[in-house]
Every structure is written in structure tokens, then in C-alpha cells.
Design a protein around this ligand. Structure first.
Ligand code: HXC
Length: 514
């Protein structure tokens, strides 16, 4: 008798067990020793229990150079497949550092491409877990071609399905450009880094001495470069947080964001908001307090919390539905717009618009930050990004002006003129071309030497313009609302906009000032 059915089944299990062991127990222990989980442990934590279905577990490379024919680990250094996050379909790849350093071969790349193609065809997010020594050195150009194939798919999928990159180990050289083209990048503190050229090359070329952590660790990319959107303490926290983010996102660009059950009254009145804005217009206050008080259950998922803190971006829910929030933060740089905050918010607004996520904009902005570093750095182009992003958005847009809305920044920040749907102002709002003091010093230059006269002019200007009513008289502000009823008003506004439809003229694509 030949093999019985039982033997065949056992063989399959043996093969599977061998594949699951990746690069072997010793390397798994080394991975754990660095505080990192293995590729499969990460997938298990990311997805709902028992929901993962793996593809291509037995794929091997085809390289015969450098003795590679003798070393053909099943799976080829990446675990791919699909599963669910709170019941919703997602596709995943997770590089296995224990197998040839998670390096990318032709076949490794093909596995990633396969699940990316399926994600686009089936309209579900792609989550990539990066932990790799880069191009498989033994394969050379075949590996580069593999990267190219992945890059192209990142671009094709951009704006079609959400793409999220987790950096959970090395990510260097050209390998960084796949995550760079995804919607969100999250890193793990102390165990991940990203750079185009590593510390050794930097030392040789520029004579700078810098560690991998300083050059491309989580702190660098969340605070200095803004390459990463967030950083977490360890793998477990990172994976739990990405699950939380996915809950906010639609599966693709043809679908509305998910609606979750909510236990928070949309009509909830918040009397404390009536005193959020201080009496003195130069005293700062924390705009986050407003966001938390508006959100269902006070749940706010912040994006780029550590970068350009003068603007806040992130997701909340209203009546269970996802809303993207963009808000000036008076606590930092008085809430001024500048290069960094414009770039940060512009990218966020474009993400929301691409995926049909309505946008709530909370405004307290005294203008653009003056200075040579801003002008030399191109604040004109970068500020234009935010203007452009709001101006091209066709999703429902609701704006609340809490205090200052001055000059160009007023127009940029989701004004009526850029097609916002509801523009509310609190009674404390000041919609004006600039602050009263600055305005008076220009109009009444002749009285500059006379403080008494100047004070009177300033008071007159404030009386006339430092309020929401001039703009209301023109219809630029739709209504002046009580701060305490903001949640109710905003939720009602978004509810009325659920079928909003705007058609813009045909174009191949736009030409946003990059
Ligand atoms: C093949 C690799 C590899 C690679 C690591 N390994 N990187 N195998 N190709 N690129 C293997 C190692 O030989 C080793 O095998 C195992 O993975 C673990 O590596 P270690 O060096 O022992 O680990 P560690 O000390 O943690 O160092 C990690 C590392 C280092 C910093 C990533 O391995 C490294 O510098 N690797 C080379 C990085 C690199 O130059 N890559 C190519 C860059 S060019 P064993 O059998 O001992 O466990 C590139 C271009 C992309 O990526 C272009 C896209 C367009």
C-alpha cells in the first residue's frame, strides 16, 4: 500500500509546522530578546482571533547564486494573507526577520504584490508590517525589481484602499519608499528605524556621527521629519492601536466610513464650553478640550500628535460616524499656521477627502507665522497646500470659529469661500483681516506717537470688527451658536450632509503645489 490519507494529512501538518517556525527557535529567541514579536505573533495580535488565512506559506525563492539553492526556507521571509479587524476584512503582510533577515527577494515581493492586488480588487485596507534587512543581497536586481513592483502597487492603491505601514524593525535604503507612499506610518520606540542611508554612509559622506536611533528612530520621525504619524512603546501597543485606527476608516474609497453603535447623546449640552475661551484674547486655552467634549464618548485618535503641535489632526465619531478633525491649537505658537502645520493638515485633509470622511474644522488662528525661515522655507507653497486641500475637498465640511479667524488664514481654514457647508461661529469669534492692534497701527499711522489716541482707535476697531457679526451679515458665517450646544449643532449639520454630492470639472489629476 502506498501513502494512506492519514500520512498525507500528517505530512501537510509537518510542512506547516516547519514553515511556521520561520528561521528556527534560535532566531525567534533573538527576536524576542530584542523585545520584538515574530511576524506571525504580530499578525495574530493584529487580527481577530482565528481570522487569519495565510497565502503562499510554501513559496520559496528561485535564487541559485551564493549557495542559496541549499537554503530555501518556506514562505521566503514574509507572512501574507487576510483576516478581519473587528469583523472587517483587511489584507496583511508581515516580514519575518528570522528568515534571511526578512530580506526582500523576487518571490517575497511577489507575495506582497498578490495580497495588494487582492486588497484593491476587493476594496479592503492593506496593513504592512516592516521588519527587514532590505534587498536580498544574493539576488541583486531581481530584488530591486520586486521593490519596484510593490512601489507601483502602493501608488495604484493610493486613494483606493487605506494603506497602513507598521515599522517594527529595520527599514533602510529604498525600502523606506514603500511605507512612504502609504497613508499612515507607525513606528515602535527603540526597536525600529527608517533611513535612506545609514549611519556608516552618513559618516563617510558628511562626516556626521549619528546613531541609527538618532538618525531614523521613532523620536526623529515623529518629532523632526514628520515621516511617521505616531510611535508606540512596544509591538503589542502598536498593533492594538492600529486596530483602533482601522475601526475609524472606510474599507475603500467607494464606501462610507463605518457606523458604530454609540452611547453618547448627540444633543449633549456642555455648559463648560461657554467659558473655554478666556476673556483676554491673548490668553491661550487647550483646543483639545473642545475636541474631546464634541466627540462621541470623548474618543479621539490623534495623527501626528508630536509634530507641528500648533495644529491638531485626528479622528472622532459623531453619532457613531467617523469625522476628521483639523483644529488650530492656541497653546502652541498661538495657533499660527506655518510650514509644518500646513503640510501636516493638508495631507490629513486630502486623506479624509479621498476616503469620504467628513471634515470638522475648529478655528482659532491669528494668521501665518512671520519670519525669514518661514519665507525661505517656502511657506507660500506649503501654506497653499492646505488652502488647496480644503478647496478641492468635496466631503461634508463643518467649521466652527471659536475665536480668531484673521486674514489669509481665515480663508484657508475651511471658510465659506472654499465650499465649506456649515460655518458656525461662537459669540467670542473675531473674523477680521487682522488683529485690532496691528490694524490700527496701519490705518492710523499718523497717531503712532500718541498712545491715548491709538488706544481709542484700537477700541473702536475692536468694537467694529472683533466679532462674528460682520461676517454673519454677509453670510460668510451661517450662524452664531452657543458654545455649550456645539456638539448638537455640529452633529445635526453632518447628519444633514450625508447625501452631499459635488461634481467638479473633469481633469486627469490636479496639480497641488507640492
Ligand atoms: C540577505 C540578509 C540581509 C539582506 C540581513 N540578512 N540583511 N540576508 N540580504 N539584505 C541576514 C543576515 O545574513 C543574517 O543571517 C540575518 O539576516 C540577520 O542579520 P544580522 O546582521 O545578524 O542582524 P542584525 O545584527 O540585527 O543586523 C540587521 C541589519 C543587518 C542592520 C539589517 O543585517 C544589515 O545591515 N543588513 C544588510 C542591510 C543592507 O545593506 N541591505 C541592502 C540594502 S539595499 P543569519 O543566517 O546569520 O541569521 C536596499 C535597496 C532597496 O535595501 C532598494 C529598493 C528600490
Amino acid at each position: 500500500m502506498g501513502f494512506g490519507m492519514k500520512d498525507i494529512l500528517e505530512q501537510l501538518e509537518d510542512r506547516r509546522a516547519a514553515a511556521r517556525l520561520g528561521g528556527g527557535q534560535k532566531r525567534i529567541d533573538a527576536q524576542h530578546g530584542r523585545g520584538k514579536l515574530t511576524a506571525r505573533e504580530r499578525v495574530d495580535l493584529l487580527l481577530d482571533e482565528d481570522s487569519f488565512e495565510e497565502f503562499d506559506m510554501f513559496v520559496t525563492h528561485r535564487c541559485t547564486d551564493f549557495g542559496m539553492e541549499a537554503q530555501k526556507p518556506a514562505g521566503d521571509g514574509v507572512v501574507t494573507g487576510w483576516g478581519t479587524i473587528n469583523g472587517r476584512l483587511v489584507y496583511v503582510f508581515s516580514q519575518d526577520f528570522t528568515v534571511l533577515g526578512g530580506s526582500v527577494s523576487e518571490t517575497h515581493a511577489k507575495k506582497i504584490c498578490k495580497i495588494m492586488d487582492m486588497a484593491v480588487q476587493n476594496g479592503a485596507p492593506v496593513i504592512g508590517i516592516n521588519d527587514s534587512g532590505g534587498a536580498r543581497i544574493q539576488e541583486g536586481v531581481d530584488s530591486l525589481a520586486g521593490y519596484g513592483d510593490v512601489f507601483k502597487r502602493n501608488i495604484t492603491a493610493s486613494g483606493v484602499v487605506p494603506q497602513i505601514s507598521m515599522i517594527m524593525g529595520p527599514c533602510a535604503g529604498g525600502a523606506v519608499y514603500s511605507p512612504a507612499m502609504t497613508d499612515f506610518i507607525f513606528m515602535v520606540k527603540d526597536s525600529s528605524y527608517m533611513f535612506v542611508t545609514g549611519p556608516d554612509v552618513v559618516k563617510t559622506v558628511t562626516n556626521e556621527h549619528v546613531s541609527a536611533e538618532e538618525l531614523g528612530g521613532a523620536t526623529t520621525h515623529t518629532r523632526k521629519s514628520s515621516v511617521a504619524d505616531g510611535a508606540f512603546e512596544n509591538d503589542v501597543e502598536a498593533l492594538a492601536e492600529v486596530r483602533r485606527l482601522v475601526d475609524f476608516l472606510p474599507a475603500n474609497n467607494r464606501e462610507k466610513p463605518p457606523v458604530r453603535p454609540f452611547f453618547d447623546d448627540p444633543d449633549r449640552i456642555e455648559p463648560s464650553l461657554d467659558t473655554l475661551v478666556p476673556a483676554n484674547p491673548n490668553t491661550p486655552y487647550d483646543m483639545k478640550e473642545l475636541i474631546l467634549k464634541l466627540a462621541d464618548e470623548g474618543d479621539f485618535y490623534e495623527i501626528q500628535a508630536e509634530f507641528a503641535k500648533n495644529i491638531i489632526t485626528g479622528f472622532i465619531r459623531l453619532e457613531g460616524r467617523t469625522v476628521g478633525v483639523v483644529a488650530n491649537q492656541p497653546l502652541v505658537l498661538a495657533g499660527c499656521l506655518d510650514i509644518d502645520s500646513s503640510r501636516k493638515a493638508a495631507r490629513f485633509v486630502r486623506f479624509c477627502d479621498a476616503f469620504e470622511i467628513p471634515i470638522l474644522t475648529l478655528i482659532d488662528v491669528p494668521g501665518f507665522l512671520p519670519g525669514t525661515s518661514q519665507e525661505y522655507g517656502g511657506v507660500i507653497k506649503h501654506g497653499a497646500k492646505l488652502l488647496y486641500a480644503f478647496g478641492e475637498a468635496t466631503v461634508p465640511m463643518v467649521t466652527v470659529i471659536t475665536r480668531k479667524a484673521y486674514g489669509g488664514a481665515y480663508v484657508v481654514m475651511s471658510s465659506k469661500h472654499l465650499r465649506a457647508d456649515f460655518n458656525y461661529a461662537w459669540p467670542s469669534a473675531e473674523v477680521a483681516v487682522m488683529g485690532a492692534k496691528g490694524a490700527t497701527e496701519i490705518i492710523h499711522r499718523a497717531d503712532l506717537g500718541d498712545p491715548e489716541k491709538l488706544a481709542k482707535h484700537t477700541a473702536d476697531y475692536e468694537e467694529r470688527f472683533a466679532n462674528p457679526f460682520v461676517a454673519s451679515e454677509r453670510g460668510f458665517v451661517d450662524e452664531v451658536i452657543q458654545p455649550r450646544s456645539t456638539r448638537k449643532r455640529v452633529a445635526r449639520a453632518f447628519a444633514s450632509l450625508r447625501n452631499k454630492s459635488v461634481q467638479l470639472p473633469w481633469k486627469k489629476h490636479d496639480n497641488i503645489p507640492l
